[in-house]
Design a protein around this ligand. Structure first.
Ligand SMILES: [Zn+2]
Length: 146
């Protein structure tokens, strides 16, 4: 059973940041096609990025390292893929936009979303404004090879 993230959960983590944000500050993100994809309790821009590919890291469960983000992902899980990384391979279970099939994010464990410790949002995949391309969408175009 995936852990149920409760908004009333109290974290005892030592690095919990004092913040005024609450459920009133939920951010909504859209795919480039305009489809609603993600609602999250913190701005993606303010969340840590993965060094490997610049993906935004969403912590799925409370741990000693930090508090889980409260978020809901509206995306379609796809088959796992193996991605080549420096010194090995990484298995990614990907999530795609239900409307245009663009890849939105991935995690290292099988669906459903949040079954693993982290869920990653692909850099430049989402916009806070419906129908607008995010400014970093093409920032690392040289990295997007297939
Ligand atoms: Zn889409």
């Amino acid at each position: 059973m995936p852990k149920v993230v409760s908004r009333s959960a109290v974290s005892s983590s030592t690095d919990a940041q004092p913040t005024a944000s609450s459920s009133a500050a939920l951010r909504v993100y859209y795919c480039l096609c305009g489809e609603f994809i993600l609602v999250v309790d913190k701005s993606l821009a303010s969340l840590p990025k993965r060094q490997t590919d610049g993906a935004t890291v969403l912590r799925c469960h409370d741990s000693d390292a930090g508090k889980a983000r409260v978020f809901k992902l509206n995306a379609t899980p796809k088959d796992a893929v193996l991605v080549e990384r420096l010194g090995g391979h990484e298995k990614q279970y990907r999530f795609h936009c239900p409307r245009c099939d663009l890849q939105i994010g991935y995690q290292s464990t099988p669906p459903p979303a949040k079954s693993g410790p982290y869920l990653y949002i692909v850099k430049g995949a989402l916009s806070q404004i419906q129908g607008q391309v995010p400014p970093d969408a093409f920032a690392d175009e040289n990295l997007v090879r297939s």
